[in-house]
Design a protein around this ligand. Structure first.
Ligand code: PLP
Length: 352
């Protein structure tokens, strides 16, 4: 099976498994797991923040961050296609009482700067206070687009001029740094907090890391505990994370190369459309043209679907239909150049 559903499906390499097996462990809730401490120190250094916190998932990383930045009844500005708004089970409102103000994500994952400015609430009894903005980099639902350093700095400035915080959902921040060819530190320098995932492009089995000031992490740690995310001998997770940070960054370049090749190949297939120029990382979406008939094999699988995303399997290629006739592929560790060519061969037969 060539599994292109997500970069979360990766399995740990032999070397990563060895690192997990030999990890020195302790009770991390007591601050005594040396491997977790090492990962947090390393992550903070790489991201360029004072401190870091290991959390079980990207969802929890975003949630603990928003809970630090926003009091109950205040408002956060986020994109209408952002992962936090779309796919985190409404956690920020369910657990934080945070009111979300969704602004339109443009095709490149940005939110229009003027719209951000005009969404910030005046100080008036009728309004919730606008406490924070969150940006997603790279932007999953917007073709895995990387948000540029200049754009992030502009948004940070607006936030800080208005007594607000900027959080970055950097589940794939290393993909953004590679795509833009910038140091990840610079990319997040103006943000107050960042979550990045070990379990996506970096190919670890579990875990995300939240980074920010010491004070921010102090509060984030409390929130993690309250949410049940205080883990004990979490060094077995952290060991994989350390291995990822030390060894997997080059893999991201490979993943982007494979995504480019897929995009070029899809662009050459009559009946399929792709915004090739906007494929800059490891996520790509493509469509079957309106007037074009789907192959019988595909039509059979997709004909009665009314809930998306839907999992398509064609000749051992596994991927998502995200909306009718719109499909997503994600490249990652384990996907080779050969797999890409095989996939293109199968996609060629998606349309009649
Ligand atoms: C952009 C983005 N943010 C956050 C998450 C959440 O990560 P997790 O699945 O670890 O909760 C994901 C997961 O796919 C994501 O794509």
């Amino acid at each position: 099976m060539i599994d292109l559903r997500s970069d979360t499906v990766t399995l740990p390499s032999e070397e990563m498994r060895k690192a997990i097996l030999s990890a020195k462990l302790g009770d991390d809730v007591f601050g005594e797991d040396p491997t977790v401490n090492e990962l947090e120190t390393k992550a903070a250094k790489i991201i360029g923040k004072e401190a870091a916190l290991l959390v079980p998932s990207g969802t929890m990383g975003n949630l603990v961050s928003v809970l630090v930045h926003c009091q109950r009844g205040t408002e956060i500005i986020l994109g209408d296609k952002s992962h936090t708004f779309m796919y985190e089970a409404g956690g920020i409102s369910a657990f934080g009482g945070v009111h979300s103000r969704q602004l339109k994500n443009q095709a490149d994952g940005t939110i229009n700067i003027e719209e951000i400015k005009s969404a910030i609430r005046a100080d008036n009894d009728h309004f919730p206070k606008t406490s924070a903005i969150t940006l997603e980099n790279t932007h999953n639902l917007c073709n895995g687009s990387p948000l540029s350093l200049d754009y992030i700095e502009d948004v940070a400035q607006i936030a800080h001029n208005n007594d607000m915080k900027l959080h970055i959902d950097g589940a794939r921040i290393f993909n953004a740094a590679v795509a833009l060819d910038v140091d990840v530190k610079d990319l997040v320098m103006s943000a107050d907090s960042v979550t990045f995932c070990l379990s996506k492009g970096l190919a670890a089995p579990i875990g995300s890391v939240v980074c920010g000031s010491k004070e921010f992490i102090y509060h984030a740690r409390r929130n993690r505990k309250a949410l049940g995310g205080g883990m004990r001998q979490a060094g077995i997770i952290a060991a994989a994370g350390i291995y990822s940070l030390d060894n997997m960054l080059d893999q991201i370049k490979e993943d982007h190369k494979n995504a480019q090749r897929l995009a070029e190949g899809i662009d050459d297939i009559d009946g399929l459309s792709i915004d090739k120029g906007n494929i800059k990382s490891n996520i790509l979406y493509f469509d079957i043209d309106k007037e074009v008939e789907q192959s019988e094999k595909l039509a059979q699988q997709t004909k009665n679907v009314d809930l998306y995303p839907f999992e398509v399997i064609l000749n051992n290629i596994h991927f998502f239909e995200t909306y009718p006739r719109r499909f997503r592929l994600v490249t990652h560790y384990g996907i080779t150049g050969d797999d890409v060519e095989k996939t293109l061969g199968v996609l060629n037969k998606m349309v009649n």
